[in-house]
Ligand binder design. Structure first.
Ligand SMILES: *[C@@H]1O[C@H](CO)[C@@H](O)[C@H](O)[C@H]1NC(C)=O
Ligand SMILES: *[C@@H]1O[C@H](CO)[C@@H](O)[C@H](O)[C@H]1NC(C)=O
Ligand SMILES: *[C@@H]1O[C@H](CO)[C@@H](O)[C@H](O)[C@H]1NC(C)=O
Length: 448
């Protein structure tokens, strides 16, 4: 028994080549049956399975109804991709909308709905309307750009590189600096990033953040041969020119001092809070003198009489970074924590956890409840937190100097990328002044 398809081909307009050969006299292979839906032409509506008196629950090759010049099936085995199901099979037997199979053409080939191909960096999908729907990314290799460069007189030539072909411009640019979604200096440099200290009732974040950033940088740079926790007190008490001690100070002055005079460790010159009076703050108990080649040596013993290591640590001149989020991230990842200056508002003092953003909870209060000042902190990393709606919140991880009880173990997270509280406006990096000699000297002492 042969199934005749002639007029069906005419009706369906675009049945693929070779279809006739594939129509077998017996449906031993159901997927080779008449492709009624191929061609993107929807079946004529009408009652078929319904007229037949119902649907067959399993495979039943006799469960058919005449359909145009052939037959269609009402059993649950009919093929729903290249369909030989009756037109009302979906509605009547399954109670669902029939799928609509479109076809798209490309280079003389036919593709079905959902099939894809890649056009440079963009994925194209055959849509239900029979049209290709392509992504609209800018690609790394754009042929019109290459042609335009080569046609012009720019002094250089352009070429297509197969290793870049197929990448988006965003991927290409991102790859220049692979910045991870999460980064924490503590994990990259274990044992070299110093824990947050507690400045107590003394407004000397200028000294604390400077000492902390320099400590981390020296530890990283010396590859852990030296891991000094530098003394904020040394700065508070000795860096007094144009500085206010516990009444506030400037980070540029602190960096000048660290570079030209140097400081000892916290253990040698411990912090003695709180010192409110300038006289008390100003009693400097550590001096240094030059020993040539820019190096300095302490001229006094450690204020802590149990400590005999009064080595002076110095930095090179600090450098200011741009306010670009990516540049700050790259600096932290390559070289270690940075110093940042931020506006501190009344709500920051009570921060306990999460990603800080200055709130408007005090906006309606009197001005004396809404204050802000300048504070300096140490940024050590960043991350992203997923929201329920699939977007994400980007943050910096920063160390404060209000003790480990405050915030997230002395640290806080703050919104990243929006210059929240001006935190991205003034960011500073620095190198320790370390020579190989220092490293060998320390290593040597350690082995004695
Ligand atoms: C339907 O037919 C297509 C094309 O021959 C085949 O790729 C697909 O696997 C079949 N599906 C089922 C459920 O038999
Ligand atoms: C560039 O190279 C890729 C792969 O080598 C090739 O597929 C593509 O057609 C080329 N594009 C242009 C604009 O020459
Ligand atoms: C870009 O970076 C990703 C992730 O690091 C990597 O898988 C990919 O191979 C890189 N592509 C190029 C062209 O360097």
């Amino acid at each position: 028994m042969k199934l005749i398809l002639l007029s069906v081909v005419g009706l369906l307009l675009v049945v693929g080549e070779g279809t006739a050969d594939r129509i077998l006299s017996r449906r031993t292979k159901r997927e080779l049956a008449s492709p009624l839906h191929v061609g993107g032409i929807r079946d004529p509506f009408g009652s078929y399975c319904q007229r037949r008196g119902g649907c067959c629950p399993g495979r039943d090759d006799l469960c058919t109804v005449p359909y145009l010049d052939t037959i269609c099936y009402c059993d649950l085995f009919c093929n729903r991709t290249v369909s030989d199901c009756c037109p009302d099979f979906w509605g009547h037997c399954l109670g669902v909308q029939p799928p609509f199979i479109g076809t798209c053409e490309r280079n003389g080939n036919r593709f079905f709905t959902g099939q894809t191909y890649k056009e440079n960096c963009n994925l194209c999908t055959c849509g239900t309307t029979g049209r290709w729907e392509c992504e609209q990314h800018a690609c790394l290799i754009e042929s019109d750009m290459i042609r335009a460069v080569n046609r012009g007189n720019y002094g250089w030539k352009a070429a297509n590189y197969s290793q870049f072909y197929g990448m988006t411009l965003d991927e290409g640019i991102r790859n220049q600096t692979t910045l991870p979604l999460y980064f924490n200096s503590v994990e990259k440099w274990p044992g070299k990033i110093h824990e947050p200290l507690d400045q107590g009732n003394c407004a000397a974040s200028w000294a604390f953040s400077t000492a902390a950033v320099a400590s981390d940088r020296i530890s990283i740079q010396s590859m852990g041969h030296m891991t000094p926790q530098l003394s904020p007190q040394n700065l508070i008490s000795c860096d007094t020119r144009n500085q206010g001690g516990c009444a506030g100070g400037r980070v540029d002055g602190a960096w000048w001092y660290l570079r030209r005079r140097g400081v000892v460790t916290e253990d040698c010159y411990p912090y003695r809070p709180p010192q409110q009076t300038p006289a008390e703050v100003g009693r400097c108990m550590m001096q240094s003198r030059s020993i040539g080649r820019g190096k300095r040596q302490a001229t006094q013993r450690c204020p802590n009489t149990h400590n005999y290591h009064n080595d002076i640590y110095q930095s090179t001149p600090p450098y200011r970074l741009s306010s670009n989020e990516k540049e700050i991230m790259k600096e932290i990842m390559d070289n270690g924590p940075v110093q940042a200056i931020m506006e501190v508002h009344e709500d920051f003092f009570v921060y306990k956890s999460g990603i800080y953003k200055h709130t408007d909870v005090s906006f309606t209060k009197l001005p004396q409840y809404r204050k802000h000042g300048t504070h300096s902190v140490r940024i050590i990393g960043w991350g992203e937190e997923r929201n329920f709606d699939g977007t994400s919140k980007k943050y910096w991880i920063a160390a404060n100097s209000w003790g480990k009880n405050w915030g997230e173990d002395g640290y806080f997270r703050i919104a990243r990328g929006d210059n929240e509280c001006e935190i991205e406006a003034f960011v500073i990096g620095v190198w320790g002044r370390i020579t190989m000699e220092d490293i060998y000297h320390i290593r040597h002492l350690r082995y004695l």
